[in-house]
Design a protein around this ligand. Structure first.
Ligand code: ADP
Ligand code: MG
Length: 379
């Protein structure tokens, strides 16, 4: 009944439009660890270029340019400033945003995105903290925030907040691509985000222990949905509100390293194939999107790219964090990683504000904007 009482209409086009923006690429170089030998990467003064040296060579092997290159001394706050803060600000205003981390296993993706070490809090909890800071500074609007946490492994989408759901499907509505049936938990503060992150990570560990496999082979994706409502007034038939919906995807991609042949038998071989499917397709989509003459972008060829379709040139603002180790031992993998990042510099996006005027009854205040799965608040 509540659904019938609601009519949704778009405003006269987006209030603002950022046609011509492109994916922002930020490289983070981590210091050598353990037995690794440093001296593989050199940075310029401006913080936008880097060079890669092979062992025993004084001549750089390759030179790259990005939006920003963060040295090993960079803090989590520096990464946040460069790659995340501008996107979170936009999500609060009804844009879709994506933060993706790409790089070989051990390069620092998970540390960057979801560390919960008190002295090195990662991007995901930081984004959560900022969202709730902005909410408390803006009493003129009513906000609701939902969090979901999934992983994609061997082309199956598992709900990390409800791990028994291990084969969720991707669907499309006029509001974009979404994961049907995913658990969306209402979060009221950064502590809730941290809590859910830990629950999800624990479920991820259990899933991989059961499979006797390693989680670096899966893509982990946190989704935060910020619904912002402003009351425009009441009519005899009900309340009129302006509603903006911003979605933030935080994507910890599977390790980008090529799997060694010796390990690629049995489960590992299937695994290698489906991981290659998602990551290879991601690379192909980026290549296609970077090429102005390209006619076809193979978004539909993998779960990951289907889900990230909007982030790679649709309605989203996207930052790509390229994680590399300053280690001679990893120069080959680092070069591959850096080349991927260089291509992503050419990918254009077209983010628009997701804004609607919602006509609804007062009793319908908590209804959702689309016909998705159930949202719960069971923290
Ligand atoms: P990935 O997720 O890319 O496989 P991790 O984030 O797990 O890599 O990082 C591997 C190890 O390196 C972890 O022990 C992590 O704490 C450490 N590490 C990564 N980046 C940094 C950094 N910038 N500063 C200090 N330690 C780091
Ligand atoms: Mg990791």
């Amino acid at each position: 009944a509540s659904k019938a009482a609601r009519r949704t209409g778009s405003l006269n086009g987006p209030a603002e439009n950022t046609l011509g923006e492109r994916v922002k690429v930020v490289v983070r170089v981590r210091p050598p660890r353990g037995q690794e030998t440093g001296g593989a990467i050199g940075l310029d003064q401006n913080g936008t270029r880097l060079v890669v040296f092979r062992e025993n060579s004084v001549v750089p092997q390759s030179e790259f340019e990005y939006d920003q290159v963060l040295p090993p001394s960079a803090t989590q706050a520096d990464v946040y400033q460069a790659a995340v803060q501008p996107i979170v600000a936009d999500v609060m205003n009804g844009y879709n945003g994506t933060i993706m981390a790409f790089g070989q296993t051990g390069a620092g993706k998970t540390y960057t995105l979801s560390s919960i070490q008190p002295d090195a809090i990662g991007m995901m909890p930081r984004a959560g903290a900022e969202i709730f800071e902005e909410i408390s500074a803006d009493p003129g609007n009513e906000y609701t925030v939902f969090m979901s946490y999934i992983q994609i492994y061997m082309e199956l989408i598992q709900d990390l907040l409800r791990p028994e759901n291990e084969n969720l499907q991707i669907r499309e509505s006029e509001n974009g691509v979404f994961v049907a049936g995913v658990q969306e938990v209402e979060v009221k503060g950064m502590q809730d985000c941290l809590h859910l992150l830990q629950i999800g990570d624990r479920n991820r560990v259990v899933a991989f222990t059961n499979l006797n496999a390693h989680s670096s082979r899966s893509h982990a994706i946190v989704m935060l949905t910020v619904i912002k409502r402003r009351r425009l007034g009441a009519t005899s038939r009900g309340e009129v509100q302006k509603v903006k919906v911003g979605k933030l995807f935080i994507v910890d991609l599977a390790g980008s390293e090529r799997l060694k042949k010796s390990r690629s038998t049995g489960l590992r071989a299937t695994e290698a194939k489906s991981i290659n499917l998602s990551l290879t397709t991601l690379g192909m989509c980026i290549n296609a999107r970077a090429d102005p003459n390209s006619q076809h972008v193979p978004f539909r060829d993998s779960k990951l790219t289907r889900l990230l379709q909007e982030s790679l040139g649709g309605n989203a603002k996207t930052s790509l964090v390229i994680a590399v180790a300053n280690a001679i031992e990893h120069v080959d993998e680092s070069l591959q990683t850096l080349q991927f990042g260089a291509r992503a510099m050419c990918v254009k996006t077209q983010a628009v504000i997701n804004e609607r005027v919602d006509y609804k009854l007062v009793s319908d205040l908590t209804s959702r904007l689309d016909t998705r799965d159930e949202r719960t608040s069971v923290l």
